[in-house]
Design a protein around this ligand. Structure first.
Ligand code: NAI
Ligand code: MG
Length: 342
């Protein structure tokens, strides 16, 4: 008889906005799937400011450090002022340098069929280091805004090595390095140069090419099938990952993993969607696909595949879709449909 599967403790962050709705629905589906996760709910985000006076309480950090694994809902970051992004802080705290964002077609009948792209975004450097300040001139305290981007050779090498290793392990054929080295000659030039050097080690196994980011954005819409794995810097990766989500039905279908040496945090690419929060309308698929990535991360490949298949069947065969996919199902009805298929 098969040995009872080992239980795996996972820190669970509900998040803000639609977070609690999609997290609750996802946990229900994952339990029905028999996923071996023991959830450890911890406070984070705006709700944690109210309850703990801190958007990222120490107990939450300790839990993630202990478990090395977290599933998180989206966290709201005020625009232009206020607290530093909690997402950025989490990535820095646990040195989650690789942001893996795959885009695979699940929803049939969209603008683009058979998309199978993987975007890897450097997650700690570039313009997201947050070295920003205003320079006052005359009576204007905000006369000049200055921001510095930082890329290190070590950081570039680390993400390039991670990406080519990922590509090799997953039978990927090509890595495209996306940059803006014609303008940001040093900042993204170092990234390009280092990634090219790393790529040479894979000659004969993985093809390597480079694209300037604006051209890449256009070609992703004209002919996305030419790409396989995209490797890029933090800001470009943030933008392009929302764009490739648009190729597969939108943000409701786009998962991501933030991966480091000692910890990994899985989440949807989308944010807290304040426009639909609390209405039971959100699509939980992106978070569920992130959970499928987490299942793969712990070598639960069969369950990950079963979850993806159930998503495919529920959406395409049963026609149960949330509003973002043109349907009428609520978050909970969609989860019920999935559970019926599991
Ligand atoms: P957003 O991703 O929250 O929403 C963009 C649009 O997509 C909205 O119209 C929203 O209704 C829709 N949408 C997003 N997720 C959906 C889902 N699961 N089902 C159906 N529709 C969905 O982006 P926005 O509005 O720019 O950001 C809102 C907040 O989220 C901001 O505070 C931002 O900083 C934060 N954010 C957090 C992220 C994270 O925690 N990883 C990532 C991106 C944004
Ligand atoms: Mg983003």
């Amino acid at each position: 008889m098969a040995k009872a599967a080992q239980r795996i403790p996972v820190t669970l962050l509900e998040g803000d906005g639609i977070g609690p709705e999609i997290v609750a629905a996802s946990c229900r589906v994952l339990d029905a799937l028999g996923a071996p996760f023991d959830w450890e709910p911890q406070p984070a985000g705006l709700s944690a400011v109210d309850s703990h006076g801190d958007p990222l309480p120490q107990a939450t950090l300790d839990s993630i450090r202990r478990n090395g694994l977290a599933l998180k809902g989206p966290l709201t970051t005020p625009v232009g002022k206020g607290i530093r992004s909690i997402n950025v802080r989490l990535r820095e705290e646990f040195q989650l340098y690789a942001n893996l964002r795959p885009a695979r077609t699940i929803v049939e009948g969209g603008r683009f069929a058979d998309i199978d792209l993987v975007l890897v975004r450097e997650n700690l450097e570039g313009f997201y280091v947050g070295y920003e300040h205003y320079i006052p001139v005359g009576g204007d305290p905000k006369a000049v805004a200055e921001s510095a981007g930082i890329n290190t050779r070590e950081g570039c090498r680390r993400i390039a090595e991670w990406t080519f290793d990922y590509a090799a392990r997953h039978g990927r054929k090509k890595v495209t390095i996306v940059h803006k080295a014609n303008i940001l000659k040093l900042l993204t030039g170092l990234f390009l140069e280092t990634a090219m050097e790393v790529g040479k080690r894979y000659e004969g196994q993985i093809a390597i090419e480079e694209r300037i980011v604006d051209n890449c954005a256009m070609q992703l819409v004209m002919n996305p099938w030419q790409f396989d794995v995209l490797l890029t810097t933090n800001l470009f990766g943030d933008i392009l990952s929302d764009q490739i989500a648009g190729l597969i039905g939108g943000l409701g279908m786009a998962p991501g993993g933030n991966i480091g040496k000692d910890a990994a945090i899985f989440e949807a690419v989308h944010g807290s969607a304040p426009d639909i929060a609390g209405k039971g309308l959100a699509n939980p698929s992106a978070l569920l696909l992130a959970a499928a990535m987490m299942l793969e991360h712990v070598d639960e490949h069969e369950r990950a595949e079963r979850l993806r298949t159930a998503l495919h069947t529920t959406i395409n065969t049963d026609g149960i879709r949330t509003g973002d996919l043109g349907g009428k199902a609520s978050t909970e009805q969609f989860a019920d449909g999935l559970i019926a298929r599991l």
